[in-house]
Design a binder for this molecule. Structure first.
Ligand SMILES: [Zn+2]
Length: 183
């Protein structure tokens, strides 16, 4: 499906709502929806803190839901159970998730902002389309949808966190940056 990145997209709006839910729960605010036909078949958000499990990214949470549902994934489904499924996610999938998506044969991915640290769809490594594999099909991943919102919600999270700082700074001194540089 062709998307205009300048237009609000109903599925990205739903993914952003999941990111808001993650933020409210004290998780890194990333949310996603999986779409088959024109229907959302699963939606999820990060649960890494709640479950104390670094693999519990939004995408893998939703994939678990899809694979464990016999209606969404009937017994005897082929090797690529996501071949007719599109992912909308607020942040570029990380290398782990990008690889899982390819191994499940995802049809296509649309995302909000680039993942500069661990991006697996070109932000750091192009697991989706630049790494040779004898069988797992390539998939297209396109960013820029609701990009500003995706960045701002991450900033809202990180401004309240203080990772590994030797001397904690006062949160009151931190200012939320709202300016976003265009790429
Ligand atoms: Zn991930």
């Amino acid at each position: 499906m062709a998307l205009d990145s300048g237009e609000p997209n109903i599925f990205m709006t739903e993914a952003m709502a999941m990111a808001e839910e993650a933020l409210a729960a004290g998780e890194v605010p990333v949310g996603c929806v999986f779409v088959r036909g024109q229907n959302i078949i699963a939606k999820a958000r990060n649960r890494t803190n709640e479950l104390r499990n670094a693999t519990r990214h939004a995408e893998l949470e939703a994939i678990d839901e899809i694979l464990s549902d016999p209606i969404l994934t009937p017994p005897g489904s082929g090797r690529y159970p996501l071949s007719d499924t599109t992912l909308y996610v607020t942040v570029e999938p990380c290398i782990m998730c990008a690889s899982a998506l390819r191994q499940m044969g995802i049809k296509e991915v649309f995302y909000g902002c680039t993942n500069d640290r661990f991006g697996g769809c070109g932000g750091v490594v192009g697991v989706n389309d630049s790494i040779e594999h004898p069988s797992h099909p390539l998939y297209r991943a396109t960013g820029g949808y609701s990009r500003e919102e995706a960045i701002l919600i991450l900033r809202r999270f990180y401004i309240t966190e203080n990772f590994n700082a030797p001397t904690p700074k006062s949160k009151a001194n931190r200012v939320l940056k709202t300016e976003i540089l265009s790429r």
